[in-house]
Design a protein around this ligand. Structure first.
Ligand code: PEP
Length: 267
C-alpha cells in the first residue's frame, strides 16, 4: 500500500501536475504610480518566464484597480495582501473579499506573518477570511511559518502543523483546489537569511503530509506549496529544484521587475 502510494506521488511529480507559482508580495511599498509602473515592467517581461509558471503580483489595496487595468487580458495574476474577516457593514477601514473580487483580484494572501505579528491575526480569524475569500471566488495563498525562537526550540513542525490544521482542516477537498500554501519561516523574511534548500524541503514535505492526512494523497500532491523568505535570483534555482517546493512568495525581490522575472525563470 505504502509502495503504491509513493509510486502515485512519483507519477504526479513526474507529470508536473502541480501549478508552479511565483507571487510577489509588495507589502506596504510603492505609491500608486510607482506600482503601476512596476506592474507594467513585470508584464512587459512576463513572456520570458516559462508558460507553466504562473506569475502573480500582490499589491496594496489602493493599487488593485489600476494594476488590474494594466494586467487585463494577460496571464499575470492579481492578488490582495489581506481581506476582512467580515462580509460587509460597519467595519471602518476594512476591505471585504467581495470588494477585492470586484476590483479584479483573483487571489488574496492570508495569514502573512506580519499580519499575525502586528495585527493580531489568529487562526480563528483566518478560518473566516479563507471562507469569505473562497465564497467570493478568490483563490487563497495561506502563509504559515515558525519564528526564530520556535525554530531554535525545534518546534517548527509543531507550529506549522498546527497552523495548517487550525485553518485548512475546516475546509473541503474541493476548497483545497483554490488554496495555495506558502511556507515562510519568519526568521528568513526580509532578513537576508534563507532557509537552506534541505530545511525548506523537509518542512514542505511535512506540510504536504499534513494535508494528505486530512484530504488524502491526491489532494496533497496537487496542492501548490510555495517557499517565502529572502528568496532571490541567486537562491531560487536551488530552492525550486526541491521535490515539494512549487515556487515562491517573494517580498523584497518582487519590487524589482528584473529580479522577480529572474526568479520566475528559476525552475
Ligand atoms: C514575504 O514577506 O512574503 C517575504 C517572503 O519577504 P522577503 O522575500 O523580503 O523575505
Amino acid at each position: 500500500m505504502l509502495n503504491l502510494q509513493s509510486k502515485f506521488n512519483e507519477i504526479v511529480y513526474l507529470f508536473n501536475m502541480r501549478k508552479k507559482i511565483v507571487a510577489g508580495n509588495w507589502k506596504m511599498n510603492t505609491t500608486v504610480p510607482e506600482g503601476v509602473e512596476l506592474a507594467k515592467a513585470v508584464l512587459a517581461k512576463s513572456g520570458e518566464v516559462p508558460a507553466e509558471v504562473k506569475l502573480i503580483v500582490a499589491t496594496p489595496f489602493t493599487h488593485l484597480c489600476p494594476v488590474a487595468e494594466v494586467l487585463k487580458g494577460s496571464a499575470v495574476g492579481l492578488s490582495a495582501e489581506n481581506c476582512a474577516d467580515k462580509e460587509k457593514g460597519a467595519y471602518t477601514g476594512e476591505v471585504s473579499a467581495a470588494m477585492l473580487a470586484s476590483a479584479g483580484c483573483q487571489y488574496t494572501i492570508l495569514g502573512h506573518s506580519e499580519r499575525r505579528q502586528y495585527y493580531g491575526e489568529t487562526d480563528e480569524k483566518l478560518v473566516e477570511k479563507v471562507r469569505l475569500a473562497l465564497a467570493n471566488g478568490l483563490d487563497v495563498i495561506l502563509c504559515v511559518g515558525e519564528n526564530l525562537e520556535e525554530r531554535e526550540a525545534e518546534r517548527h513542525f509543531d507550529v506549522c502543523g498546527a497552523q495548517i490544521k487550525n485553518v485548512l482542516y475546516n475546509f473541503s477537498a474541493e476548497d483545497m483546489k483554490h488554496i495555495v500554501v506558502a511556507y515562510e519561516p519568519v526568521w528568513a523574511i526580509g532578513t537576508g537569511k534563507t532557509a537552506s534548500a534541505e530545511q525548506a524541503e523537509e518542512i514542505h514535505a511535512f506540510i504536504r503530509k499534513t494535508i494528505a492526512d486530512k484530504f488524502g494523497a491526491a489532494v496533497a500532491e496537487e496542492t501548490t506549496i510555495l517557499y517565502g523568505g529572502s528568496c532571490k535570483p541567486s537562491n531560487a534555482k536551488e530552492l525550486f529544484a526541491q521535490k515539494d517546493i512549487d515556487g515562491g512568495l517573494i517580498g523584497g525581490a518582487a519590487l524589482k521587475a528584473d529580479d522577480f522575472i529572474e526568479i520566475g525563470k528559476s525552475f
